[in-house]
Design a protein around this ligand. Structure first.
Ligand SMILES: Nc1ncnc2c1ncn2[C@@H]1O[C@H](COP(=O)(O)OP(=O)(O)O)[C@@H](O)[C@H]1O
Ligand SMILES: [Mg+2]
Length: 250
């Protein structure tokens, strides 16, 4: 059984109410952002996010588009527990991230969030297998289990036969698959991707998008993709536009 098929049950699905339950089913929110403002203070203060209030249901595929400087990366940093808002609240599941200390934020990132980047961000001296295993090290997973889970994750992205290759021996699309395996091996609830296909040709882009979409569907993951490529955004269930720090629905 592939890692994708053996994923844990969907904690993210709509609660299994009785058929006639009243009130009707609520969708579970993965993220709730309430009045999130982010300022970068320097010689000039830049307000990168302005009073953003937003809910992302569990399991949703969201695309975030908008011009350079609009605040996309800043928003992704909030969702990714990489930074805190200047004011407002960021709630992931039950946890409010806005006031957690750095060590707790790092723990949330390591355990709950998978990241995929435009430039793959693999360690060039490590094999595909070792790159994927590295994601489990902060979680205290024993060596034998790291090996097993990394092998399953590579199989789930179709790279079982490339486990021993270093990134320089792999195509861009294959490197991005390794990066996706690295994100998945933690069994995160959320996958955050910043221009995941920005460095790929169109054919490879579509393969990677199909892979991400299939993973989201099979595992019930929440998938947030920042992109300036409308062909990427069109595949999402929901499109957000971010300009001058203000989010609008498309
Ligand atoms: N670390 C930082 N320090 C100061 N200003 C920043 C920093 N990061 C981003 N900004 C500014 O915040 C605004 C939003 O940036 P960003 O979130 O990177 O937008 P995008 O990803 O949409 O291009 C821009 O005006 C940018 O210059
Ligand atoms: Mg950016």
């Amino acid at each position: 059984m592939s890692a994708a098929a053996s994923a844990r049950p969907l904690t993210t699905a709509v609660p299994s109410n009785e058929p006639n339950a009243d009130p009707p089913q609520r969708s579970t929110a993965m993220y709730r952002l309430e009045h999130v403002t982010k300022e970068y203070r320097g010689k000039r203060t830049v307000t990168a996010l302005k009073d953003v209030t937003l809910e992302i249901p569990a399991g949703q595929h969201v695309a975030i588009q908008g011009p350079t400087g609009g605040g996309k990366s800043t928003l992704l940093q909030m969702l990714g527990a990489l930074d805190r808002p200047t004011s407002g609240r960021v709630v992931l599941g039950e946890a409010e991230l806005s006031h957690l200390p750095d060590a707790k934020l790092a723990g949330v990132r390591a355990a709950q969030l998978g990241f995929v980047f435009q430039g793959f961000n693999l360690i060039p001296t490590l094999s595909a297998q070792e790159n994927v295993e590295a994601a489990l090290a902060p979680l205290g997973v024993a060596a034998a289990e790291r090996t097993r889970r990394a092998g399953e994750a590579l199989a789930a992205v179709g790279l079982a036969d490339r486990a021993g290759h270093v990134p320089g021996e792999l195509s861009g699309g294959q490197q991005q698959r390794v990066a996706i395996a690295r994100a998945l091996v933690k069994e995160p609830e959320v996958l955050l991707a910043d221009e995941p296909t920005g460095a790929l040709d169109e054919g490879t882009r579509d393969e990677i998008l199909e892979l991400l979409e299939g993973i989201r569907r099979d595992r019930g993951l929440t998938l947030v993709v920042v992109t300036h490529d409308s062909a990427v955004a069109r595949r999402a269930e929901r499109r957000l536009h971010l300009m001058d720090g203000v989010v609008t629905e498309r």
